[in-house]
Write a protein that binds this ligand. Structure first.
Ligand SMILES: C[S@@+](CC[C@H](N)C(=O)[O-])C[C@H]1O[C@@H](n2cnc3c(N)ncnc32)[C@H](O)[C@@H]1O
Length: 337
């Protein structure tokens, strides 16, 4: 029997789909980074030779990416394999590309070295490395698509002169807020050098160097600074889980009130640990988020755990929005209790 006529059993096909999904995930990240995904979104189709010439890319590798994407119906390839058009799965893949980039570009090394991160004697010292630059880029896209629209609604009634964004990543949120509120100044705080680099580039590109300052520091243990007294709005997106486990979360949330004594609102948006999801029911992102944080020994609280810690920490919930994707995600607006 030739390979063209080869028919896999349902179980074998399921297994092949799992394997192909891993390749397609990496292909989504690569296609986004080199502009191939954006070109498909813009034009609906792409010629391999033309795109490769413009992007300075190897046409054979571009074709390989498109073949991988076609295995998941994200694109369809022409009969000669010289061009590709968007497929049935393209719109969803384009909308969720940040999750794939987070997984394969941001957490790629963690996943490829996973076998060496399981045994206790391997889990000592600095045993996990992630690409903080790629994580910032991925989170910027995830936050823009899924968190920022409800955040803008939630902030409609909030006044602010200075906003500090904790774990600011790319500073995209600060730039968005500074755009929205022309009188507002921003302070971005992040511990990772990669995030500060991405932030500097983004702030310069937006021409906002005079309005947004950056501080490289650990949000769990902030050194005091005079300018923190001006902050009346605190935001913290996709890093609140780093406050945990519970005792640390209480300490950090309480300390924020001392470090930023004039903060009238703290807006936290984050993804929680799933509850009641089993086996094949896992949707987009949840499994990756929970696997990666388990390997990193980072506790992820459930939504109930988050809610229960706030009262004890000197904050109360003034407003909230629940987010469908990523599942088990929320935005809380907290005010000092
Ligand atoms: C998942 S990213 C989210 C970035 C950004 N808030 C956003 O919404 O796009 C988490 C960010 O928090 C930063 N971070 C994690 N722990 C931190 C800590 N203890 N102090 C300061 N920044 C931290 C990471 O470096 C990373 O940039």
């Amino acid at each position: 029997m030739g390979t063209a006529e080869q028919r896999l059993s349902e179980e074998a096909q399921y297994c092949a789909d799992t394997f192909n999904g891993a390749i397609a995930s990496a292909a989504i990240s690569a296609a986004w980074e080199i502009g191939l995904l954006d070109e498909l979104e813009r034009a609906g189709r792409v010629g391999i030779a033309e795109f490769s010439a413009t992007a300075g890319a190897d046409p054979g590798v571009v074709r390989a990416l498109l073949v991988a994407l076609s295995s998941r119906r994200i694109v369809t390839l022409g009969p000669e394999r010289t061009e590709a058009a968007t497929g049935a799965g393209f719109a969803d893949a384009y909308r969720t590309k940040g999750f794939f980039y987070w997984l394969t570009r941001g957490c790629g090394e963690l996943l490829t070295t996973l076998p060496a991160k399981v045994l206790e004697h391997d889990r000592e010292g600095d045993f996990v490395r992630r690409d903080s630059r790629a994580i910032s880029v991925a989170c910027r896209n995830i936050a823009r698509t899924f968190f920022d629209p409800p955040l803008r609604k939630l902030l409609e009634t909030v006044e602010c002169t200075t906003v500090a964004d904790l774990g600011c990543g790319s500073s995209d949120r600060l730039i968005m807020l500074a755009d929205l509120m022309p009188e507002t100044r921003g302070i971005g705080i992040d511990v990772a050098a990669g995030a500060i680099t991405v932030s500097k580039e983004a702030i310069a590109a937006a021409g906002m160097e005079d309005r947004i300052a950056l501080v490289q520091d650990d949000v769990l243990n902030l050194s005091p600074r005079d300018e923190y007294a001006d902050v009346d709005l605190l935001t913290c997106f996709l890093m609140g889980h780093d406050f945990w486990p519970r005792d640390n979360a209480v300490t950090t949330l309480r300390r924020l009130r001392e470090t930023f004594p004039n903060a009238k609102n703290l807006v936290i948006g984050d993804t929680c640990r799933s509850t009641g999801v089993h086996g094949p029911e896992h949707g987009m992102f949840t499994l990756g988020f929970e696997t990666v944080h388990t390997v990193m020994d980072q506790y992820i609280p459930t939504l109930d755990e988050w809610s229960s810690v706030l009262e004890e920490s000197g904050w109360r919930i003034a407003d909230r929005r629940m987010i469908d994707l990523p599942a088990f995600s929320f935005i809380y607006r907290l005010t000092p209790a």
